[in-house]
Design a protein around this ligand. Structure first.
Ligand SMILES: [Zn+2]
Ligand SMILES: [Zn+2]
Length: 115
């Protein structure tokens, strides 16, 4: 039995294994081809949206630069900006209740702290 031949074979197998391993590694971690994302032309193509004339949600009066947005999502003229002056859909009662309940919770928490 020729020991040297065996050793040669072994080293060959080992070399093959190493090569295979290296190939596998390079497959697992391919060189990242991070091409810089060029700004697409689309962004420059977008037309400036035509300015819609805002109107009061109550009297439909054209609003100028100054509008009065309400919590209900509408925008109103100076005359109708207050929730009482337009048919406001915003639930102020729920809002007040929520505020009250959080206030109460805070008060209770304070009480607990004192005790
Ligand atoms: Zn109005
Ligand atoms: Zn409103």
């Amino acid at each position: 039995m020729d020991f040297n031949d065996d050793a040669l074979l072994l080293s060959e197998i080992l070399a093959k294994l190493v090569r295979a391993q290296e190939r596998k590694l390079s497959e697992d971690h391919p060189q990242q081809t991070t091409a810089p994302a060029l700004p697409t032309e689309e962004s420059s193509k977008i037309e400036p949206t035509k300015e819609k004339k805002k109107r009061c949600g109550c009297c439909n009066k054209k609003l100028g630069l100054i509008t009065f947005p309400c919590k209900c999502g509408g925008e109103f003229c100076a005359l109708h900006r207050s929730s009482e002056d337009h048919t406001c859909s915003y639930d102020y009662h729920a809002d007040a209740k929520r505020a009250l309940s959080t206030m109460l919770v805070k008060v209770e928490a304070k009480k607990v702290d004192v005790l």
